[in-house]
Design a protein around this ligand. Structure first.
Ligand SMILES: *[C@@H]1O[C@H](CO)[C@@H](O)[C@H](O)[C@H]1NC(C)=O
Ligand SMILES: *[C@@H]1O[C@H](CO)[C@@H](O)[C@H](O)[C@H]1NC(C)=O
Ligand SMILES: *[C@@H]1O[C@H](CO)[C@@H](O)[C@H](O)[C@H]1NC(C)=O
Ligand SMILES: *[C@@H]1O[C@H](CO)[C@@H](O)[C@H](O)[C@H]1NC(C)=O
Ligand SMILES: *[C@@H]1O[C@H](CO)[C@@H](O)[C@H](O)[C@H]1NC(C)=O
Ligand SMILES: *[C@@H]1O[C@H](CO)[C@@H](O)[C@H](O)[C@H]1NC(C)=O
Length: 564
């Protein structure tokens, strides 16, 4: 009894003193319907101080379906070692067995995909059954530079944060943005409302037909609250350079052809300048609150208001490339570049992969030179299974000087998916891990996920557009948050691959064990390794400059291998 009290006291004490340095603490595991989550409360949350291997040391940080979450193993080059195969979270062996069974889920809608996957897995395990898989790392071959990783703070996120006490809010901020958390440095936020808010809203809804935006002179209370949260996020995460990307979903309805928030609606041409000024005004007002905007996009998912309005019932503004070229070239571009905020980056498209690179080619043929206003491309992941990443390669081949960021991802938007959390799902985490890896191998400079937190239903959303999030808040008891496997999936990249890292060559001949590697600004190498097989696998890592190390990894597991 005494021990327990002492422990709780110590943990809460360390929370108070650990604002600048969260240190390391273990996952508090809880079995759920779909798998396993790590529980955080006001007094406990899991963190990992970043390992700094030197000389011949190799550190492997591992997560597995069976229950590892950022478990650390220490190896050395020139020695053959087996990393943490056992020792998963959870207590007795009996419980572990039970958990294994509980964790096998096959969504009926995914059977076909599953069958394909199974066939691939069988094929691969046949291919690889002899000896270890060879992983070749060559740091002399360099690819793209990493801008960073992040999540989104929407109206829903602000709303949920307000339900929680300060300590739990701080754990959310630090879990994502502290270096002992996931080390995020990017953040996306809407200008005005979006589908993840309590109601649609925009600046200057009243007075109507007011191109001077006479009523857009200070931040809305929604954004006052957001700024307060972001200030706290920066201070408890010890983060000076938070890169905020802002995007608008819809202007006030009076600027639109249909006069309402959603449906088939485009910007009235007489308000092209007003809509550009609206963006600049937001940048100015945020800066005045000491919350500078790093980048804006030309608007969230422009196809929603043109092609998909039948399915999309939330705030949107439709654009076709021709009109967006005119708006960007003649209005938004000059407005930003001739202002004090000329260095704010502008990202184009902010929609699905299937519109690349055609969208930009069409813009370019309407206004030659318009693409010079763009610093980068923003793309959403939702149709990645259907449209190949080669579309992105083609886009960057045509315009090699642009950045490429994924700016939205979540699971649960498709008719065949659960429209909300599958609490603890390893499979959903694996979708994140695999897509991060594939895209980083195709020139992406970084990744911004969608809502950093949602409630147990995957909302609230004013249009009931509920989905999953890597961290789920218990809005019933307001005392717990749940870190899902997808949280750690992102962390296997973001935590160990800081801004300024460069992707390097890494090859491994297998379909279900995949890898991508980076050289970090501190000179260390970070190799991410994913095992989607239901079997353990031996991997022989061979770095031309360092030598060899044999790593035995468990079934269904993700790893980041760090060395100098
Ligand atoms: C490590 O394992 C590899 C592959 O099994 C083997 O070729 C090598 O000789 C081993 N090295 C040591 C030091 O045991
Ligand atoms: C694929 O494999 C899993 C387990 O490995 C099994 O539960 C599932 O039924 C298989 N799916 C199909 C469609 O064969
Ligand atoms: C300005 O906007 C606020 C809401 O943000 C509204 O209450 C007020 O009536 C508006 N003022 C005018 C003059 O329309
Ligand atoms: C833009 O148009 C010019 C000709 O005006 C062409 O040379 C260039 O390839 C085009 N770029 C893209 C990305 O479409
Ligand atoms: C959202 O769901 C709630 C409860 O099921 C319902 O009352 C409300 O009308 C729904 N709203 C929309 C916009 O569908
Ligand atoms: C949230 O808390 C309530 C009350 O403690 C509990 O009954 C419920 O199971 C919790 N939700 C989840 C998803 O664990």
């Amino acid at each position: 009894m005494f021990c327990k009290i002492l422990l709780v006291f110590c943990l809460s004490f360390s929370c108070y003193i650990s604002d600048a340095n969260a240190g390391s603490s273990e996952c508090l595991p809880r079995r759920t319907k779909y798998g396993l989550v790590c529980v955080c409360t006001a007094t406990h949350c899991d963190y990992l101080e970043n390992p700094q291997p030197n000389d011949n040391e190799v550190v492997v940080v591992s997560s597995s379906k069976e229950g590892l979450r950022f478990a650390v193993s220490n190896l050395r080059f020139g020695e053959n070692s087996t990393i943490t195969k056992s020792n998963p979270l959870g207590s007795s062996a009996e419980e572990k067995e039970e958990f294994k069974n509980a964790a096998v889920i096959v969504d009926s809608g995914q059977t076909f995909a599953q069958l394909l996957l199974n066939t691939t897995k069988i094929l691969t395990s046949r291919l690889t059954s002899n000896g270890p898989l060879e992983l070749q790392v060559d740091r002399s071959v360099e690819y793209q530079k990493i801008t960073g990783f992040g999540g989104a703070v929407t109206g829903t996120v602000s709303y949920l944060l307000e339900l929680l006490d300060q300590q739990l809010q701080d754990h959310i901020f630090k879990s994502y943005y502290h270096k002992d958390g996931l080390g995020f440095n990017l953040l996306r936020t809407p200008i005005g409302g979006c589908d993840f808010d309590m109601a649609p809203w925009a600046y200057n809804e009243e007075p109507r037909d007011d191109p001077k935006l006479s009523n857009f002179t200070k931040l809305d209370p929604h954004d006052e609250l957001k700024v307060a949260h972001l200030k706290r996020l920066k201070s408890v995460s010890n983060l000076d350079d938070l890169k905020i990307m802002a995007a608008a979903w819809s202007p006030p309805p009076w600027m639109k052809s249909n006069g309402v928030w959603s449906g088939f609606g485009v910007l009235k041409t007489e308000y092209y300048q007003a809509w550009a000024d609206y963006h600049l005004r937001f940048i100015e007002l945020m800066d005045a609150k000491n919350m500078p905007i790093w980048a804006i996009s030309t608007g969230n998912e422009p196809l929603n208001g043109i092609a998909f309005f039948f399915f999309v019932h939330f705030m949107s503004l439709g654009w076709i490339p021709k009109n967006q070229a005119i708006w960007l070239n003649d209005f938004l571009g000059p407005t930003i570049r001739n202002s004090k905020y000329k260095d704010v980056l502008i990202f184009g498209n902010d929609d699905q992969r299937f519109s690349f690179p055609t969208w930009f080619n069409r813009m370019n043929s309407t206004r030659p030179g318009v693409l010079n206003y763009l610093d980068g491309f923003a793309v959403h992941w939702y149709w990645d299974e259907v449209f190949a990443p080669s579309l992105m390669d083609l886009t960057l081949k045509q315009m090699p000087d642009k950045l490429l960021l994924n700016t939205e991802s979540c699971i649960g938007d498709k008719p065949w998916q659960t429209h909300g959390p599958e609490l603890g799902s390893w499979e959903r985490g694996e979708q994140y891990a695999v897509d991060f890896l594939h895209n980083l191998k195709h020139s992406y400079n970084g990744w911004i996920d969608w809502n950093i937190i949602l409630d147990e239903q995957g909302g609230p959303s004013y249009v009931n557009n509920t989905v999953d999030s890597p961290v789920i808040v218990n809005a019933t008891n307001r005392a717990e948050i749940y870190k899902q496997p997808s949280f750690y999936a992102m962390g296997h990249f973001s935590k160990f691959v800081p801004e300024g890292s460069v992707r390097i060559e890494a090859q491994l001949l297998s379909l279900s064990v995949e890898t991508v590697a980076f050289k970090r600004p501190d000179g260390r190498i970070a190799v991410v390794l994913l095992n989607s097989e239901n079997n353990p696998v031996d991997v022989l890592l061979n770095d031309k400059d360092r030598g060899e190390v044999l790593i035995s990894i468990p079934a269904n597991s993700w790893h980041t291998i760090l060395y100098t």
